[in-house]
Design a protein around this ligand. Sequence first.
Ligand code: HEM
Ligand code: HEM
Length: 220
Amino acid sequence: MNLVAAIEWAEGYHRRGLYSPMGVAFHWVMAALMIFQLAHGWYLEWQPVGGNKYVGYQTHTQIGLTIMLLGTLRLFWHSQLSGPGNVDGASLTGKASRLLQTWFYVSFFALPISGWVMWSTLPSDLPLSVAGVIPFPNLPFDQLSEGLQHRLMQWAATTHFWIVWITTLVIPGHAGAAVLHYVFKRDRVLPSMFDLNGPRVPGVVGSAPEKGSVAGPPRT
Ligand code: HEM
Ligand code: HEM
């Protein structure tokens, strides 16, 4: 399947108010990785200094760089598509929802980049890689003065820390809003991220726009 066919396949799902299996896979794989990474990062932070903590942080860097790679592919995929459009983008809640989603995309890059800056100022020989498979370079900070390296480390650690905190608060807001949609508005926002076929309709490639309501009108 080439890119144009893949886009038309995904838009077929969007026209029925659903995310495509590709969008659903990106969403849940990255949500699981981000939640694991946040919990594991805090866990490591509380561990006593030693070899285990160091090796634990190496795993942390491998998962973090994987998130950046997946985030790049997802951003590209997302930029090619219109989306299911279940939320009224002009409403205040629609704008808030868009803001939180945009924050996630920012965090997919800002967390790994600030982590990369930190790691590159540490006097360590542990190599970086994406998922432990694709080698990834350290930034050439060992050529800078010690004072400058120290300032870079502090700047990056503060940035990492604040983005971690904001993301930790944004996740329950985002997930809570999706659940509220399901419980109170009873619309398709939450099912759109789970349902790969839609009620009564198999995953038809490129279904026509007028079939947009096949998944059923919002329940009242
Ligand atoms: C999206 C991916 C990432 C998430 C969610 C994440 C999350 C966290 C969390 C929760 C902590 C502990 C709290 C803190 O010190 O801020 C932490 C610390 C840290 N992270 Fe990440 N991280 C990510 C990516 C990375 C990457 C790619 C690297 C390195 C290449 C990295 C390097 C570090 C380091 C060195 C620390 C220790 C900071 C310190 O002790 O001050 N992180 N991270
Ligand atoms: C844990 C519970 C979660 C639930 C129930 C949930 C639910 C949803 C739903 C229903 C949508 C579609 C909203 C719409 O159409 O406007 C969505 C979109 C989105 N979610 Fe989540 N989500 C969760 C966690 C996360 C996490 C942890 C992240 C980030 C790491 C995340 C990132 C996104 C992004 C970026 C979108 C926009 C669509 C896209 O670009 O793929 N979600 N989520």
